[in-house]
Design a protein around this ligand. Sequence first.
Ligand code: HEC
Length: 196
Amino acid sequence: MKLSRFASIALLSSFALAAITFSPRAEEKKSAAELEKEKALQNPYPNDYGPDSIDVSGYPKNHQEGYKLLRARCAQCHSAARPLNSRFVEPDVAKDKKEAAVAELKKSQPDLFKDAGVWQVEGSIWERYVKRMMAKPGCKIEKAEGKKIWEFLVYDGKRKIGANAAKWKAHRQKLVDELKTKKPERFKELESQKDL
Ligand code: HEC
């Protein structure tokens, strides 16, 4: 049977409609995750110039697990270097004692609060950032995994303060200088946003 002109146009347009209805949805989803990754890579941080792994052989077992998870999950959009070389420090004490611990650090190690490109010490900064990353489109981190990663990041703050503060400062300063030399525009942008 030959289709009438009207029927074939109707048939064609229903195919076209189906194509319009179905394909962009899949693409939209894909591009939301991809866009997030692009955004993460196009806007580098000093952190990204540091190593993407550290030696955790001396860390407690649960934190070694958190580290492993970080290396797998937090490298989906940027490299693991971004969290591992971050200036963020969250005191490693119970939640209700964090603010007091920050106040105590202000007295005992005032230098930690004088150079925002090297340290940013806050009571719940890692909790906030892990949650922020988990809320990004396309992020595949389970709640329990996020908690372990957060706990590792809090423990790992020991690498940046106390007896390790001077070594950490030299490390961070080098990374900030590298960004300044390689991407001066981005450096200025982060500096003006107080997000170095
Ligand atoms: C879905 C993509 C995605 C995943 C997964 C992801 N990030 Fe990010 N991350 C970004 C983007 C985009 C930025 C740029 C800043 C922003 O949007 O917050 C960023 C920035 C950062 C920064 C720099 C923030 C600053 O201001 O110095 C840190 C630290 C960070 N991420 C840690 C993590 C950690 C820890 C994980 C794993 C729990 C993680 N990211 C997983 C996309 C992601």
